[in-house]
Design a protein around this ligand. Structure first.
Ligand code: HEC
Length: 212
């Protein structure tokens, strides 16, 4: 299925939610369903916004209702980077990445992808996905002197002949655990910022293919 800049292939929002949750088995084929066709046309940017809404909601629920509740309030299980060895919960960023990897290998109607990125990654593997457009967007949303600081950023890029819409949504230090864990982490390099409350620590990067 082709996705157009002004998204000729219509997707119902329920299909999108199912996609974002990785539930592909029960989702109808978006390009053949009559119902989906009558549901309207969405731009690549709107698809990105819809995915972002689901991703940020899931990230919030996992951080607050699972990690914070069980590891901090009730102290019944820890959250640990080496979660398998320690019989612990995954860190929120690991949970997010595992989901993204599932989506990468899932059967889907078009090849969208997402990741959690930062100009100062603790996981150096994350940075390998940073194309010039992603670096430009991350600088715009997370360098404090940028006029775009803290706002969503969008751009376009072409990879192997395919055009992509790129949406970058700031990821902020909303809880003390964010900046204490990051600032003290052994993977920080010399230029690592000292993060504090509400700083933009990185961004959710969403890539949606389109054709003109
Ligand atoms: C207990 C430690 C810990 C806490 C708490 C924590 N992080 Fe992280 N964060 C990590 C680690 C480790 C990674 C790398 C995970 C991976 O991809 O393997 C990471 C990854 C990230 C990334 C992706 C770029 C990178 O560094 O690789 C962002 C952005 C991020 N965290 C922001 C946050 C925010 C915002 C919070 C609070 C809501 C937070 N983190 C809480 C340890 C932590």
């Amino acid at each position: 299925m082709k996705v157009h800049r002004t998204y000729k292939a219509a997707l119902k929002s329920s299909t999108l939610i199912a996609l974002a949750m990785g539930i592909t088995a029960c989702s109808e084929k978006a390009d053949t369903s009559k119902e989906a066709k009558s549901a309207g046309h969405f731009s690549a940017e709107q698809v990105s916004e819809a995915l972002y809404t689901v991703l940020k909601s899931d990230r919030k629920v996992y951080a607050s209702k699972i990690v914070n509740r069980l590891a901090k309030d009730e102290q019944v299980i820890a959250a640990h980077e080496e979660w398998l060895e320690n019989k612990a919960l995954l860190l929120p960023a690991q949970m997010f990445r595992e989901g993204a990897e599932e989506v990468d290998s899932a059967d889907k109607p078009f090849e969208f992808s997402y990741s959690l990125q930062s100009l100062w990654p603790l996981n150096y593997e994350n940075a390998k996905k940073q194309t010039p457009a992603v670096v430009e967007g991350l600088k715009a949303v997370s360098i404090e002197s940028s006029p775009h600081y803290g706002k969503k950023w969008s751009g376009e890029e072409e990879i192997a002949g395919q055009k992509y819409f790129v949406g970058i949504y700031p990821d902020r230090a909303v809880a003390p655990a964010c900046w204490t864990c990051h600032n003290e982490h052994e993977n920080t390099k010399d230029e690592y910022p000292v993060f504090k409350k509400n700083d933009v620590m990185g961004g959710i990067v969403i890539r949606i293919p389109f054709s003109d």
